[in-house]
Structure formats: structure tokens, C-alpha cells
Design a protein around this ligand. Sequence first.
Ligand SMILES: [Zn+2]
Length: 414
Amino acid sequence: MVKIELSNSIKELHFQYCKRYVNFKKDIDLYIDEKQLKKINNLEKKYTLEDIKNVHNEFISFCENNLEEIAIGNPNRLKEIITTVKSEYRVIDFMFEKNVTVYIDGELVKYSDVILEMYNYEGFTKFNSTSKGFLYRKEDKNIIFNNIKNNTEGLSDSTINEFVELLYDRLNIKKQNIIKRIEEDKFYSYWNAYTFVFLIDIKTCPYCNRQYITPIFYDNGRMRADLDHFFPKSKYPYLSMSIYNLIPCCKFCNSSLKGKKEFDIDTINPYESSIDDYIKFKFEILQNKEIDIKLENKNECGSVKIDKYIDIFKLEQQYKYHTNIVDELICRKLMYSDEYIEDIRKYFEKKNLYISSQKIKEIAIGYITDNKNINKEPLSKLKRDVVNQMNGKIDILNEEEDILEYILKCLEIY
Ligand SMILES: [Zn+2]
């Protein structure tokens, strides 16, 4: 829910991967049958098989010349690339859009799959299918460093070091002596969908902030979050390996909710802006003291982009379920009054421990204010919004009698 930042080392490693594993397919044995050609020729210009072969080659050259931009260009750059493809390679875009099938070496395939295969997204997500996984030992740091160094071109030592350190830090090497086997000479043993999700500095789904997306490695396998293609790979296969098009997210958001639904080109992208800036959760205490949770759209002018997002992920409906969390927070907020927090602060101060009242408040009530941490714990946006709303007072709980009654009600629950 807060903008995700990608470090330079993530981008450099990813570009290295693409340089190594994207296999540009020019001058392929391409054939399109009459029926598919007819489909294509619904466009204003008439295309022959030869025309299409030529445009295909031109399009592949475009992909080749723009590899860096496509691999690690930011969301705005990706939008520009989409616009260029739609205008300059119209027939190619049409073939993706309409699921046109072609024969490659005599085999019938979707044209979009040809491009998808060229970018090798499958290899990135299903790395190491022959061996069982990684093996990182504490003492392996130098081996990993040298392997990456020998298998890449132009990566600085400091980038490789940063990557190795991060890998060790996030893989919890200190606690687990052995993780798994690596194929020492394969760069994809180090850079793949698993390490990407590890190194990206978020732990919860950026779309919903309800589920953890932390990868897990265990003796015989591994698990990781889904990767959603912000621009779907069926229509934009040339962006299937674009790092800013890969959003690690929970299965609810990827499979159950978004599925193949497409964002508009100007829908808010978690790499571009913080959805947190545009929406706010608000609770209401109904007459019977039940809680209702609503979602407010804070930004009027940008509402179109946000509406689609809120609708696809059913954010309001998903959050209405969490009334117990809100109940608990309200109760804690009422119990830990500002005076009480001040007493706690003074208590520690007497013992020469200087903790700010804000910090004590966050720990006691159980919420966080630092935006950087919102993506690290589930429901932290909801919790922060609820506490903020209470700082602005809640009408129905103005009377002391009401407050006590509310606390009593909560205590009965827990
Ligand atoms: Zn999610």
C-alpha cells in the first residue's frame, strides 16, 4: 500500500539476467494460415505473410535495442514502450490482443507465447528444475561472490557484495546452517523469482496489506509469493520480464481477485505511487456498538485510477471482515490514554531509559506510523488509520460513560 522502492542492485542483477537469458528470435520459421491472416487483415492495411515476417523481425530488433529499458525501465517508461508498440508495430499488438496463432517450425502456438518464451519468464520463476534448490552455507559467501562475478559482465564488486549480504541477511542464514544446493555455474541459481521476492524490502502484499508474502525455504523445497504482471503477459509478453511489471503479491489478490483482469494504463502502480496516499480506512460505531469499516477515497481528481484498483481487489469488502482488530485497537487506545503513556515514559526516564512517548504509544496500542514499515506487517495501514481517526476523536464516544461501556464490551470479548 506504500510505494515499493527497488534498489539499484536488484535492477542491475535483473538486467544481467535478461542480458543472459533473453533469446531474441529473429528470422524464425514463421507461418500463418489463411484464417488467421484474414483475422489480421481486418486491420486497415493488408498484410501478407512476408509483411508479417518483416514486422516480426523489426519488432524483435526493437526489443533487442531496448532491452535495458524493457528489463528495468520504470513504470512510466513501460507505458511509453506500450504506446510505441501499439503505434509502430500495430499488427504485432493486434496479434497479442486477438490471440492470433502461428506455426513455428511447423508447430501451432499462440504468437504471444513465442515472445513470452523468448523472454524466458518461465525460467525465471521455475529456476533450477533439475536440482532441488539452493545450498548456501555460512562459509559459501566467497563462492557465491565468485560465481556471480564469473557469470556476469559489468556488475561492480560492491553490487555483488550487497546482493550476497542481503541474501544472507534475508535467508536467515544465521539460524539455518544449510539452505539447499545451488548449481554453481548457473546465474539463475542466484537471481530468480525467489531471490527477487526475498530482496524486495516488503513482507506483505502491496495490493491488500492483508497477507504475508515472505518466501520460505525448507529441506525439500521452497515457497514464494505470486508475481502479478501489472500489464498482463498475454497482451504484453514483451513486458513479461520487466522488473517494474512484476508485483509480488498474495494468492488472493493475484489468482482469486485480479486473475486476468487488466489494469488501465493509468491505474495506480505500487512501484509508482502509494495507494496509502489516496485511500483511508474509517470505522463507525453503530448504535448497537458494533463496528463498521469503510474505505474513503481521499483524492478526488485521481479517483478514476483508484476506483478500478479498489474494485478489482474488493478492498472495502475484504476489510469489513476485520472489525475485531478495530475493536481491539479502540479498546487499547482508550486504555492507554496520553496521561498514562506519559507516566510510562517517566517511569523509564527514572531508570535512564529514554523512550519517546510516540514510541511507547505505538508499542502499547499496537500500530505503526512510519510509512516505510506499512508494507512490513499485515493490516498496518488499517491500524494506523484507525488510531489517527481516534486522535481526531469519535463522536459517539465523547462521554466517559460511553468509553467505559465500550472498554467493558471489549474486555468481555477478549
Ligand atoms: Zn493481497
